[in-house]
Design a protein around this ligand. Structure first.
Ligand code: ZN
Length: 178
């Protein structure tokens, strides 16, 4: 599944003509004919994908969450759409896989796949490799947290999302104090 998701995300980026970061998710949504709505949701609800039998697909994002979380939520909902997950309605409360959470949500294959696709879309592997190489060529990076922080800013994602991404790409063996 892993490699497949990487390739599907790269395919979508290529189709949309995106060749720089931070990745323009609004452009991708537009390309796919998806309407984006910013809403205030109660509680922890982060994003909803509505795919009616007739009419345009709509992604609603919780605008009371911080911008980086909104971006991940949008990428996650785009993933459900693009991966052709079955269903007319997806309601997502938690978009990052937290390793300490053992909920059915965290082991639902579609949710895991959507998170993997979202990460691959927001942090395309080649762009991450290139950014990392460029950083080391600059020669002024020492701390792991500094590397993660800098890359997170470059890709406009949370440091947590970037940390997981670097581990999954085999570029880091651990994050922080673990
Ligand atoms: Zn989901």
């Amino acid at each position: 599944m892993g490699r497949n998701v990487e390739e599907k995300a790269e395919e979508l980026l290529a189709q949309t003509g995106i060749d720089s970061v931070p990745v323009d998710l609004e452009c991708i949504a537009g390309h796919l004919g998806i309407k984006i709505r910013l809403k205030v949701f109660e509680g922890d609800l982060s994003g909803v994908l509505m795919r009616p039998r007739s009419g345009d697909p709509v992604i609603a994002i919780n605008r009371s969450h911080n911008k980086k979380r909104q971006r991940f939520s949008l990428a996650h909902e785009i993933a459900h759409f693009q991966l052709g997950h079955a269903g007319e309605l997806f309601v997502d409360q938690m978009v990052l896989n937290r390793r300490d959470v053992r909920s059915s949500y965290a082991i639902d294959p579609q949710e895991i796949e959507a998170n993997a696709f979202a990460a691959a879309l927001l942090m395309p592997r080649q762009f991450v490799f290139d950014a990392m190489v460029a950083m080391f060529e600059d020669g002024n990076v020492q701390e792991q947290t500094e590397i993660i922080g800098k890359l997170a800013r470059t890709f406009d994602v949370s440091t947590q999302a970037m940390g997981y991404r670097l581990i999954n790409l085999g570029l880091l063996t651990s994050v922080g104090d673990s």
